[in-house]
Design a protein around this ligand. Structure first.
Ligand SMILES: [Zn+2]
Ligand SMILES: [Zn+2]
Length: 191
């Protein structure tokens, strides 16, 4: 049975009563929904004053002085190019060093990865279905006829089969994460 946003938000508050603080990753695992959905729920709860978003997670309001309000509930901005992050192409890194950071698309996300630790949790939005999937196992399509916010445009898919399906209509070259990183390095100078 699909859960309503309101009942899911109540569960988040219940979970926080037990755990005090939770990371986005823990909420994704616990509730079985995408990180973007969690973000929307948290923004709603933060607007209602029920929770406080913290660096990389969330706490019950008032339980975590100092870290509360470190992250505004405004729309997420790309850590690479500073544009608003669209749901369709969001790229999210749960970084040990920087907390939760987002990029507007796989292009900016891959640039971001250059600054992250190898064991950071990295999620990318599947361009066909809008689910967050692990960036390491996703397939990347470069040079297709679909233009995205950044150039060279890179689209991400949950797996190679989906990418191939899309490639038949829109062209481009399918790459793994490391191939896409290499491709970007040759097109840009990443410091
Ligand atoms: Zn960007
Ligand atoms: Zn972009």
């Amino acid at each position: 049975m699909p859960e309503t946003p309101a009942s899911r938000q109540r569960r988040i508050v219940d979970l926080l009563q037990t755990h005090r603080t939770l990371t986005i990753h823990e909420l994704v695992a616990e509730l079985g929904v995408s990180a973007m959905t969690i973000h929307r729920d948290l923004n709603r709860l933060a607007d209602a004053g029920q929770v406080a978003k913290t660096r990389g997670g969330v706490a019950l309001h008032g339980r975590s002085p100092g870290s509360a309000n470190a992250v505004a509930s405004a729309p997420m901005l790309c850590a690479t190019c500073n544009h608003v992050v669209p749901d369709r192409t969001a790229f999210i890194v749960q970084s040990q060093q920087y907390g939760l950071v987002a990029a507007c698309c796989p292009h900016c996300g891959l640039v971001l990865l250059e600054r992250c630790a190898p064991d950071d949790l990295v999620l990318v939005t599947d361009f066909l279905y809008g689910q967050m999937v692990s960036a390491g196992s996703a397939a990347y399509l470069t040079g297709s006829s679909v233009s995205t916010c950044c150039r060279p445009g890179i689209l991400a898919f949950a797996n190679r089969t989906d990418a191939e399906c899309f490639q038949r209509g829109f062209g481009g070259v399918i790459m793994t994460l490391s191939e896409a990183l290499e491709h970007l390095r040759t097109r840009l100078t990443i410091p």
